[in-house]
Design a protein around this ligand. Sequence first.
Ligand SMILES: [Zn+2]
Length: 113
Amino acid sequence: MNRRREYARHSAKVTRGQRWKALRMQALDRDDWACVQCGDRRRLEIDHIEPVKDRPDLAYSLANLQTLCGRCHARKTRIEVGMGQPNPAREAWKRLVRETGRNPIEHERKSDA
Ligand SMILES: [Zn+2]
């Protein structure tokens, strides 16, 4: 599928470099080397919460990264390219943001600066 390839190409630019390797380790450490969605510890991949294609400025922001297993990552990508169901994690996230009245990611980004 063309759109899926387009996403892969955008993130490949980021995940090739040395800078990514260090950041990837930081994300894995932060997430305790487990998928943040299902807790699986096998086949871990680092996902951009906001896709690189949409937010290239967040490509190297730790706050925009999450650890996912291969299966959860594939599901998320499928949803992002417009195939599949609405993402329950994203819905839960939106609910959390609504309830707490602020976006923890935004907060984290500010304290990064
Ligand atoms: Zn998972």
